[in-house]
Design a binder for this molecule. Structure first.
Ligand SMILES: [Fe+2]
Length: 482
């Protein structure tokens, strides 16, 4: 009897210890998460170790979304929406001339325009009840399944292509996103200006923090080199990064942090990225290096991002004293190779290969030579906490769940002391040159190749036409003489 009482007592004590050890916490109002823990709607097993996270962006609610089967098969414990979770705005057709010209320097009508609140709500409903996503959401609501769905918006679900702080319907967009994410009614995220939030998962020693940024609500106009986050969010972020150290910190940004592909894809197209706001990006890197409160470097930080309709893994070695990775996954349905008819999709891959990137990580596992993946995809992070030191696998997965790109790193690589161990040769070539620093002929390689090929084609065609014309003339002359 005493033995069983003792055993029950020990079990009870263990349960109490576990219950107090590793709560999942959310903080979204600038307070360190440990200070004002906000109860979440679900109570996942305390002290649960999180070792599988998935993320994705750019999902058109009006078409099929078969990729959810692969996401569910991956069995993530956390799924992070990175924006364009719906396409809420509307697009006018391309029109070069007339009263409604939507492109060109003489453009007089905006190509994109917002929807009404009711229409946005309808589109969110379509997304929420997509067959595959419904299954994932039901799993997230199940008491016994360890899964939490979190996220942020990008421009199209914020309400308008490329929109920032000037967008008049932004408070409605914030509410609609939080409704979509099943955010509790009393959540501080519903009261603050913007949807930024942070979460801490796992027990001490195996803790993982996810910081979700809002890159829209406070963003200054494009090409202004102003602010992306705004002062209130910067203050909050500084608090989050200076708060208690976690083994891993993931910073989720809707737009790419490390890669600035626009520097090499002009004049054909431009993509939004932190690279368009160089002062702001520098501030972000500095905040990781020396946070405002303790002047300590936060270790184990990496970024995840979406937006660009292709996937890549990039790395910047000179942002802080260890490599900063950015795993970009885009999109769940919207992908660049889908924009051209099938026999010509190789042209997109050729363009990707011709476009120089100083940040992209090239590995043997890439499906294509460019290491960019332009078909529907999702991002996956797997952490092996039990290996010594712990390892992390960053992956881009296809619609079938197969890896399209995959790299594995030691968690200890994301610490200053180990940076010197990285040899300055392949496969760990240092990625320190910004795209804008490339020599012009390399930076505009894609445009030079394109216009060069067009010029060669035109010259060849002209020579051919002239040769045929002169041969015909000779023939006619000869016939006349005969
Ligand atoms: Fe998108």
């Amino acid at each position: 009897m005493a033995d069983s009482v003792l055993r029950s007592g020990i079990i009870l004590l263990l349960l109490i210890l576990l219950a107090s050890g590793g709560h999942w916490k959310v903080s979204a109002s600038g307070q360190p998460p440990g200070k004002f823990p906000i109860p979440h709607s679900k109570s996942p097993p305390s002290a649960a170790v999180v070792s599988r996270l998935a993320f994705g962006s750019c999902a058109n609610q009006s078409g099929p979304q078969p990729i959810w089967n692969a996401v569910i098969d991956f069995d993530p414990q956390v799924f992070i929406w990175l924006g364009d979770n719906i396409y809420g705005d509307n697009r006018r057709p391309f029109s070069v001339f007339g009263r409604t010209a939507t492109i060109g320097p003489w453009k007089n009508t905006p190509r994109f325009f917002p929807s009404s609140e009711e229409e946005m709500r309808r589109r969110y409903r379509l997304a929420k009840y997509q067959p595959g996503y419904s299954v994932l959401r039901q799993r997230a609501q199940h008491e016994l399944i360890l899964l939490q769905i979190i996220g942020t918006y990008d421009d199209h679900d914020y309400g308008l292509n490329d929109a920032g702080k000037e967008f008049p319907l932004k408070n409605i967009s914030q509410r609609l996103l939080l409704d979509f994410l099943d955010e509790p009614e009393d959540s501080p995220r519903r009261k603050q200006a913007g949807v930024y939030a942070s979460y801490v998962f796992g027990p001490p020693g195996k803790q993982l923090k996810v910081i979700v940024l809002d890159t829209r609500y406070h963003r200054d106009p494009l090409f202004s080199d102003g602010s992306i986050l705004g002062e209130s969010q910067w203050e909050w972020l500084a608090n989050e990064l200076s708060g208690p150290q976690t083994e891993i910190t993931i910073i989720a940004s809707s737009i790419q942090v490390v890669s600035n592909l626009s520097a090499t894809t002009g004049p054909f197209f431009y993509l939004e990225s932190w690279g368009h706001f160089p002062t702001e990006r520098e501030r972000l890197y500095k905040l990781i290096t020396n946070n405002a409160v303790f002047l300590l470097q936060r270790t184990g930080v990496f970024f995840i991002s979406g937006d660009v309709h292709f996937a890549e893994i990039t790395r910047f070695d000179c942002g802080c004293e260890y490599p900063l990775y950015d795993i970009t996954s885009s999109g769940l349905t919207q992908a660049v190779e889908r924009t051209v008819p099938q026999p010509f999709d190789f042209l997109v891959r050729l363009a990707a290969w011709l476009t120089p990137s100083t940040m992209r990580v090239h590995s043997q596992t890439c499906l294509y030579k460019s290491c960019a993946y332009g078909q529907p995809n999702f991002g996956a992070v797997e952490i092996d906490w039990d290996s010594v030191p712990p390892t992390m696998k960053f992956e881009v997965r296809t619609v079938n769940g197969d890896p399209a790109n995959s790299i594995e790193i030691l968690l200890s690589e994301l610490q200053p002391k180990n940076n010197s161990r990285i040899p300055a040769s392949k496969p760990y070539q240092r990625h320190c040159s910004l795209e804008v620093e490339l020599p012009w002929f390399r930076r505009y390689q894609l445009a030079l190749t394109f216009f060069g090929s067009v010029a060669v084609f035109v010259v060849a065609l002209t020579v051919l036409v002239k040769s045929i014309a002169s041969a015909s003339k000779k023939c006619v002359r000869k016939l006349k003489i005969d």
